[in-house]
Write a protein that binds this ligand. Structure first.
Ligand code: ZN
Length: 109
C-alpha cells in the first residue's frame, strides 16, 4: 500500500436514520452518517402502505393537479362563451333583406 493516500477507516462508524432514529454500526471512512430512511422504516421492508416523501414530491404533484384543474375549468368557461357568441352569430340576420324582413315583422306587431 502506498503511504499517505488511503483514507482512515472507522470500524465503528455510526449511521443514524432520521426517519426512525435507529443507529447502525458499520465500517466506513466517514465517522457519522445521517440517512433519511433505512431498512427498519422503509415501506418496502415494513409492508406498510405509505408514501416516502422526503422532498415534498407528493405535495408538489397535488399542487400541479390543482393548477391543472383550475386551468381546465377556465378553459371550459372560455369555450362556453365562444359557443354562445357563435350561436348569436348564427341566429343574427345575414343579408340586408333578412334584416328588413325582421324590422318589418317587428313594426307589424
Ligand atoms: Zn429508519
Amino acid at each position: 500500500m502506498k503511504k499517505g493516500i488511503h483514507p482512515k477507516i472507522y470500524n465503528n462508524a455510526t449511521v443514524t436514520c432520521a426517519g426512525c432514529n435507529t443507529t447502525y454500526t458499520i465500517p466506513s471512512t466517514v465517522e457519522n452518517m445521517q440517512v433519511e430512511i433505512c431498512a427498519n422504516c422503509h415501506p418496502f421492508y415494513t409492508g406498510e402502505k405509505r408514501f416516502v416523501d422526503t422532498m415534498g414530491r407528493v405535495e408538489k404533484f397535488m399542487q400541479r393537479q390543482k393548477v391543472a384543474k383550475k386551468a381546465k375549468e377556465e378553459m371550459d368557461k372560455k369555450i362556453a362563451v365562444k359557443k354562445q357568441i357563435e350561436e348569436k352569430k348564427k341566429s343574427a340576420p345575414k343579408t340586408l333583406k333578412e334584416m328588413m324582413n325582421a324590422a318589418r315583422s317587428q313594426l307589424e306587431k
